[in-house]
Ligand binder design. Structure first.
Ligand code: E4P
Length: 219
């Protein structure tokens, strides 16, 4: 399973870059806008900070505009993934970019119809948004499981990346469902790492070790 963090914050990206298993950094226009710096500069900075893939989204509203933007963005780093919105214009642009061997992610995938169409377009990844689906009182994880099944039925090589993951247990459930990739905020990632039991256990080990060393020294 590929593992991504969804952030454009320089400190978070630097910290994340120390994780050997990190497959890359995903972004979206809202995440970039929060940083209040030039889009290209920001993406190029991320691409120099990490070894993995850098995902950035085309913001044009027509297929031609998205295509031109995607070709430009694809040169901003060595391993770029271009995100396109799951609509008609996005599908047209995707088809042309796939022909040029550009890695494309169809984002904002919200139905099994979207899954079928994006798979037919031959994109590398599709992103169903688990949290935002749950927000609308639909079952985000069920949608992911159905999307995985649809992709398998189609014998499509398109990978499913679970996005909008709002908590550690959701990430675990998606891993158990056999998802191809997940992306989450740095905050959710930190929640996956943290455990009060680990902190308490480590504090005890540290205390016992300090006492032992003191005893050896005859203190
Ligand atoms: C995916 O690539 C999206 O950027 C992201 O996962 C959206 O998450 P959110 O719904 O928490 O904003």
């Amino acid at each position: 399973m590929e593992f991504y963090l969804d952030t454009a914050n320089t400190e978070e990206v630097k910290k994340a870059s120390r994780l050997a298993f990190l497959d890359g950094i995903t972004t979206n226009p809202s995440i970039i806008a929060k940083e209040k710096v030039d889009f290209k500069t920001k993406i190029q900075e991320i691409a120099t900070l990490i070894d993995g893939k850098v995902w950035c989204q085309a913001t044009g509203s027509t297929a031609d505009a998205m295509y031109d933007q995607a070709i430009e963005m694809n040169s901003w780093g060595k391993k770029m993934v271009i995100k396109l919105p799951m609509n008609f214009e996005g599908l047209v642009a995707a088809g042309e970019l796939v022909k040029k061997d550009v890695e494309v992610n169809m984002t904002l995938v919200n139905s099994l119809s979207h899954v079928v169409l994006a798979a037919k377009a031959g994109v590398t990844y599709i992103s169903p948004y688990v949290g935002r689906t749950d927000d609308q009182s639909f079952d985000g994880q069920r949608f992911i499981r159905e999307a995985l099944q649809t992709i398998e039925n189609l014998k499509s090589p398109t990978k499913v990346i679970g996005a909008s993951i709002r908590g550690p247990q959701i990430a675990v459930d998606l891993a158990n469902a056999g998802i191809d990739a997940i992306t989450m905020s740095f905050d959710t990632f930190e929640k996956m790492v943290q455990s009060p039991l680990t902190d308490l256990g480590l504090a005890q080990f540290t205390q016992d070790w300090t006492n032992y060393m003191d005893d050896l020294k005859g203190n």
